[in-house]
Structure formats: structure tokens, C-alpha cells
Design a protein around this ligand. Structure first.
Ligand code: 3H9
Length: 711
């Protein structure tokens, strides 16, 4: 007899004496209200049916269960809650087995921990990654994981958000056994049934994780370890809310009776749910997936992508080559002469040598990767490649010359990409006979590490070329963001404006050290002047000279930075910039001479310096960012506000828990941002012009997120 189930997302079927409960809620079997209701009903049904001797929980499709349905957070709760479901599973009087394949994450793992026995297939990925969403495990995970793994490994799992494989899960005690078999739903079902059969044959009964005390036996040692973890976490988690809550909950699980500790865990979980950090981090999670949904990639199929050419073997070209090699593709690198090719190859090899030195790559594996790398001084070597990325000197005439060669040698249909950070890609495309094949791929340095890839879409490019660029990003494991053509695209264009706001703050009296400190307090790893010292002040100097030539009306020509550059103080590489770096130090110390230069410059142009609080600094810095972000969206340079958010989260160090500049602006309220801009405009009306989109949204009482949803 099979138990009929009115909820198709949870299906039940009898296999002999085992009730198989299958979760079928694609794509990731998230624990929506319907799944929770289905699970509860299935356990009740199993309990009530004398013919059922054991229960098997199994996921269909790609995995077991990826966790709570995060789209439900922030909405009114629907019964039953996940803790109720877990507790009901654990309380079941008949043995409950969970068979895990693919992701068993967050609430999904908590369901498995509430089950009585666990078997994992080879591809299972277990984890409690809630911390990455500003949360903590909220369905008994903070109590049950330590009972199975021990306190320190469980806390490490929860604080890192790391996924572990089946073997590690077995070694740490999270699962009871591994099973061979197909890594899919039917494979998990077969493994689970075999295990349940064995348990029944042995007469094994329910075995509740809450009763497992061995790992917590030494309470004193556990509490001492927690104290140490707490101190380390307070230092490392830099203002994040949920990591310390995780530790509090684990502590309660050691000190208090189980049910009381469960209640406390729930309280802490609800505090995390209510925190703006949760809203920011979940926005970031979805935004990073939305960015790949662009009209061209949905309308067209990517072109073949089996080999890549890179023109230029400097830092950028070599970094791009490594990213492509890491994706398993062959690379042909072009340089102008043998010496340059040798340098390019050395730049590539250096990265892999570093990995060998750290023990993360064997010399044989390095050799295997480099076997896919070829260098040449002849453009003809690119004749067969599917996609070429040009990464030569940032000068339009130099780039056009490269594209003329590519036009001459590349096969019809090859994608021709330029890695530029601001040049006019329409002009590059127009200079050759196949503008439909030309696209911008703006990598960020180091290109093999940085996640962001701006895919810059010129007017004449065909949709399948855009789709191919998104496919490349996927292979390279990058976060791709579609951008339109303009000076600086999304990221550097907005950066130029808030960087100018920082310079204006300094001209008006704030010190670079105060500005950096305010920006770090907001959650950035570094302030803008530290970044400038790291990148090299000469880069900004060159840009300012270029802008001065075109007389950009928004740029007040900044003199203080120029005074430093004229002295050759370019930052870390010259031992001094905004900060001092004595004897190759990597962390700078404030330089009184810089303050004196700033004071002299203010005096020279007749500015009476004023003091700024950190809050005043941030209000200007962020309002400039949001205002330019609004322009970028309005002009269609970014498809949606969320694309701007992802650029700043993945490429510019914007604190992830704030969700990105546009999400942050929604959180504080657009009226406040607009009011700030209007107030600042009283002193500097040229720079502080409210973006029309911002004005329009405020007038309508709408926010940026309304545009994300409408897109
Ligand atoms: C939790 O469990 C709290 C509990 O402790 C307590 C509760 C009381 N919900 O990433 P992909 C969507 S917190 C809803 O592209 P992949 C995703 O948006 C949760 N939707 O695939 C995408 O949608 P679309 C703890 C979700 O194969 C689609 O599924 N769990 C969820 O590269 C495919 O996703 C986590 O933090 C979800 N939980 O990676 C795990 N997860 O197609 C979060 C995914 O419309 N998830 N979606 O764009 C992941 O890490 C990855 O999605 C996973 C698959 C590894 C599972």
C-alpha cells in the first residue's frame, strides 16, 4: 500500500516495510512551506501506518535539499516551521534514514541531522552555509552538528559556510556511511533502501542525535574552546552579526537542556532574519545569479568555445591566460617578439610555480596545464581559435592595429574581444570589417583571481557573441555583468565620481586618513587612498591628465594628488604615496608631509578647511556613488540596479552584507540620499546634480529594487 500525498513536492511510496519520502521541488529542493507540510504529513503517516517499519528521506533531481527557501525570508511565516519539522522527524518512533546526494545544505542538512541514520553518495556536499546569508542554522543545526562532529569542527563548519564532501563528512561523524552508486535521486534511493533494510534486519530502532552526548562529554574543554573561538571571531568577522550568534547558540546547546537550547537558537535565528545584513546578503546571492540573465544570452545560443587566443603577455594578458587555462581550455598567446613571449610565458608560469610551492599543485599537474599553453609572435597562430582576447596597452590606436591583424587572420565567426577599462569599443568595432564579432571583456586585476567580468556590449555586436561571452564567464567561474559602452563602463565610471567626491572632501579639509578610516568603518577592506597607493598613484594621474584634456565638467581638477605625483610618490611601489611605507612595509603609516602639502594647496586656492565627521564623509562618498549608479541605470549602461550592485560587490570591495550601493540606498531610503545631494549642491552645484532617475523614484515613492523586479 502506498500512502497518497496531496502535495506533489513531497511524494511518498512504500518499498516493502520502508516508506520512501522523496522531495521533488526543483531546482534545488528548497524547503518551501509546501515541502515542510509534505514532510510533516509523511512522518505522521509513517508513524500511523503499522505496515511501515522505517522511513527513508531522499531528494530527487540534482541533490538532497539545498536548505530553507530563502525567497520566503522576510515574508510572514507559514506553518509548520522548519524546527518543528526537524523535531518531528527526530521524535519519530521508527528509524528514519536520510540518503544524501548532491547538496545537503543549511536546513537540508538539519533535516538529515534530525534523521536517525545518514548515508552519503560520493557527490554529496554537506554544509551549514547560513552565515553567508547573514544567518545561522535555525533548525537545531547549532545543537545537533556539535553532537555528531564535536564542538570545534562544527563551529568551524558553520563559521566558514564551507561545503564538505562525503569522505570528510564520514570522517567527522556527520554521516554514518558512504555508498557507491549513481550520484542521482535513484542512486540515493537505492543506497538508502539498502541501508534501511540492513538496519531493520539488525532490529535497529530510532537513534536521536539530541541524545548523542559523547562529543560533548568534556564540557569544560568545549566551553574553553568556544571562548577562544569567540575572541577570534569577534576580531575576524568585522561587524558581521551572525557569526557571534552561532557561537552563542552552540554554547547554549552545551549548557542548557536540549529543548531550551532549541528555543534560544530560534530566538537568535529570528534576530538574524530581522537584521539588515540578512537582507543585504540575500540580495547579493540572488543578484549574482540574476546578472547572467541578459536578453542576448536568453535569445541566442553561444558560438563554439573550445580554444582561446590572448594578445599581450603583460600582467593582464598573463592573468587572463591563467584564468582560461584554469577553465581547462587551450590558450595561444601572441606577443610582438621572442623576448616578450618569454616574459608572457614566465608571467603565466609564475602563478603555477606559486601553487606548486604552496603544495596546491603537483609539478606534473603544472606541466599538464602548461601543455595547453602556446606562445607565438605570428598572428597566424590565431587562425583556428574560437575567441581572442586582446590585452595590449590601453591606447585606442594600438588596439585598432591589433584588431586589424585579428580581422586579417581569424576564422569567420571567431569572437574578437578587447580587454579595455574605458576605451570606445564601438570605435574599435567600426575599424574592422566584422563589427558584429567585437565585444568588450573587462577583466579585473589579478584576472585569474578577481571574480568580476564586465561584458561590454557595443552597438553592432550580434546576440550570439554576447551569449558566448557569458558562456566564457561561466567556464571561467567569473561573475559576469553586462555593461554598455561609455567611459569606464559601470564600475570605473562610478568609481571616478565617488573618487572625485573623496578628493573634494580632502580639498575641503578632511585628511586622507580620516576618509580611509570612515570608508573602512563602513565595511570596506581599504579606503580609497590606500587603494590608490596599492594600484599606483601614476594611474590616476594619467587619467586626470586625459580628463583635463577633454575638460570633464564634473571633475574639479584635483591638485593635492598631483603634488604627490610630481614628487614621484606613487604609493607602495615607490615607498611613499598618501602613506609612508618604510622598508617595503605593506601597511602604510600616515605622513605629516602629505598633510602639510594638502594644507598648502587649500591655502593656495583659498579654501578655509573645515572638519568632517566620519558620518559626513560617508554621506558624501556614498551619495556620489549612488547618484552616478542611478545615471548608469537610467542610460542603460547597466541593465538594472542589481547589476551595479554586483559590480561593486565583486570588483570594488563594497561590503557584501550591505548588498551593494543601490541596495544600500534602498535600505537607508532614497529620499534621504536625494536630500543629501540637494544639501551638498548648495556648496557645489556643478558636482552635486541629482540624477533624474533618483528624483523620479523619490517622486513616485519607489525604490531601486522596483526596477530590479520590473526588468
Ligand atoms: C537555511 O537553510 C536556514 C535554516 O538553517 C533554518 C531555517 C529555519 N532557496 O546557485 P544555482 C535557486 S538558509 C531558494 O544557480 P548551482 C537559485 O536562486 C539556506 N532558491 O545552482 C537559482 O534560481 P534561478 C542555506 C534557491 O547548481 C536556482 O536555485 N542554504 C536556493 O550553481 C539554482 O541555483 C544555502 O545557503 C534556496 N535555498 O548551485 C544554499 N538555493 O535558476 C544556497 C538556490 O531562478 N544555494 N536557489 O536563478 C547554493 O549554494 C547553490 O544554489 C547550490 C546549487 C550549491 C545549492
Amino acid at each position: 500500500m502506498s500512502v497518497a500525498d496531496p502535495l506533489p513536492v513531497v511524494q511518498t511510496a512504500r518499498e516493502g516495510r520502508v516508506l520512501v519520502v522523496s522531495i521533488a521541488n526543483p531546482p534545488v529542493n528548497a524547503l518551501s512551506a509546501a515541502v515542510r507540510q509534505g514532510l510533516l504529513a509523511a512522518v505522521e503517516a509513517a508513524e500511523a501506518d503499522d505496515a511501515v517499519a522505517a522511513v527513508l528521506l531522499v531528494g530527487t533531481g540534482r541533490g538532497f535539499i539545498a536548505g530553507a527557501d530563502i525567497r520566503e525570508f522576510g515574508k510572514p511565516p507559514v506553518s509548520p516551521s522548519l524546527p518543528e519539522v526537524c523535531n518531528r522527524i527526530e521524535a519519530c518512533t521508527k528509524p528514519v534514514v536520510a540518503a544524501l546526494h548532491g547538496p545537503a545544505l543549511g536546513g537540508g542538512l538539519e533535516i538529515a541531522l534530525a534523521a536517525h541514520y545518514r548515508v552519503a553518495l560520493a557527490d554529496a556536499r554537506l554544509g551549514l552555509p547560513e552565515v553567508q546569508l547573514g544567518l545561522m542554522p535555525g533548525s537545531g543545526g547549532t545543537l545537533r552538528a556539535p553532537r555528531l562532529m564535536g564542538v570545534v569542527p562544527a563551529v568551524a563548519l558553520m563559521l566558514s559556510g564551507r561545503h564538505i564532501g562525503a569522505k570528510e563528512a564520514l570522517a567527522t561523524g556527520l554521516v554514518d556511511r558512504l555508498a557507491d552508486g549513481a550520484a542521482d535521486g535513484p542512486g540515493a534511493r537505492a543506497a538508502g533502501l539498502a541501508y534501511a533494510g540492513e538496519l531493520l534486519a539488525q532490529g535497529a530502532g530510532a537513534r536521536r542525535t539530541r541524545d548523542a552526548q559523547a562529543a560533548l562529554a568534556d564540557t569544560g574543554a568545549s566551553l574553553a574552546a568556544l571562548e577562544q573561538l569567540k575572541a577570534e571571531t569577534a576580531k575576524k568577522s568585522r561587524g558581521l552579526f551572525s557569526p557571534l550568534k552561532i557561537i552563542e547558540a552552540v554554547r547554549a546547546g552545551i549548557e542548557r537542556p536540549f529543548d531550551e537550547a532549541l528555543k534560544f537558537e530560534r530566538e537568535l535565528f529570528l534576530q538574524c532574519i530581522a537584521s539588515p545584513q540578512r537582507a543585504g546578503l540575500i540580495h547579493a546571492f540572488f543578484a549574482e545569479r540574476e546578472v547572467a540573465k541578459v536578453p542576448e544570452a536568453q535569445a541566442a545560443q553561444p558560438r563554439p568555445l573550445a580554444s582561446v587566443g590572448v594578445v599581450g603577455g603583460g600582467t593582464m594578458g598573463a592573468g587572463i591566460a591563467v584564468a582560461v587555462l584554469d577553465a581547462g581550455l587551450p590558450v595561444v598567446m601572441i606577443e610582438r617578439d621572442e623576448a616578450a613571449i618569454a616574459r608572457g610565458r614566465a608571467n603565466v608560469e609564475k602563478v603555477y610555480d606559486g601553487l606548486v610551492k604552496k603544495g596546491r599543485l603537483t609539478p606534473e599537474a603544472k606541466a599538464a596545464v602548461l601543455a595547453r599553453f602556446n606562445g607565438s609572435t605570428a598572428y597566424g597562430a590565431l587562425a583556428g581559435v574560437d575567441l581572442v582576447i586582446e590585452a595590449v596597452f590601453e591606447d585606442i590606436e594600438v588596439k585598432k592595429a591589433v584588431f586589424a591583424e585579428l580581422d586579417r587572420v581569424c576564422k569567420p565567426g571567431a569572437v574578437l574581444a578587447t580587454n579595455t577599462s574605458y576605451l570606445d569599443i564601438d570605435a574599435i568595432a567600426a575599424s574592422i570589417a566584422r563589427p558584429q564579432d567585437v565585444i568588450g571583456l573587462h577583466f579585473f586585476s589579478p584576472a585569474n583571481i578577481m571574480k568580476l567580468l564586465e561584458i561590454v556590449v557595443p552597438a553592432k555586436v550580434s546576440a550570439d557573441v554576447v551569449a558566448t561571452a557569458f558562456e566564457l564567464a561561466k567556464k571561467l567561474k567569473k561573475v559576469p555583468v553586462r555593461a554598455g559602452v561609455c567611459d569606464g563602463f559601470i564600475g570605473n565610471r562610478i568609481l571616478a565620481v565617488y573618487r572625485a567626491a573623496a578628493d573634494h572632501l580632502m580639498e575641503d579639509g578632511a585628511s586622507p586618513y580620516e576618509i580611509d578610516a570612515a570608508v573602512r568603518e563602513f565595511g570596506y577592506p581599504m579606503g580609497p587612498f590606500q587603494v590608490s597607493d596599492l594600484a599606483g598613484g601614476d594611474i590616476g594621474w594619467a587619467t586626470r591628465k586625459r580628463k583635463a584634456a577633454t575638460r570633464d565638467t564634473k571633475a574639479r581638477y584635483v591638485q593635492i594628488a598631483d603634488r604627490l605625483c610630481e614628487r614621484g610618490w606613487f604609493g607602495q611601489k615607490t615607498g611613499r604615496g598618501w602613506y609612508l611605507y618604510p622598508e617595503g612595509a605593506r601597511t602604510g603609516t600616515p605622513d605629516p608631509e602629505v598633510l602639510a602639502i594638502a594644507a598648502a594647496e587649500r591655502q593656495r586656492v583659498g579654501i578655509t578647511p573645515r572638519a568632517f565627521t566620519h558620518e559626513e564623509i560617508l554621506r558624501r562618498y556614498l551619495a556620489a556613488m549612488v547618484n552616478e549608479g542611478a545615471r548608469v541605470v537610467q542610460e542603460g549602461i547597466a541593465l538594472r540596479p542589481l547589476d551595479v550592485d554586483v559590480v561593486f560587490l565583486s570588483g570594488y570591495g563594497f561590503p557584501r552584507h550591505r548588498g551593494g550601493p543601490m541596495k544600500w540606498a534602498d535600505t537607508v531610503g532614497l529620499e534621504r540620499i536625494l536630500a543629501d545631494i540637494r544639501e551638498f549642491a548648495e556648496q557645489d552645484p556643478l558636482f552635486w546634480q541629482p540624477a533624474p532617475l533618483l528624483v523620479e523614484l523619490v517622486a513616485k515613492g519607489a525604490n531601486f529594487d522596483s526596477l530590479n523586479r520590473a526588468a
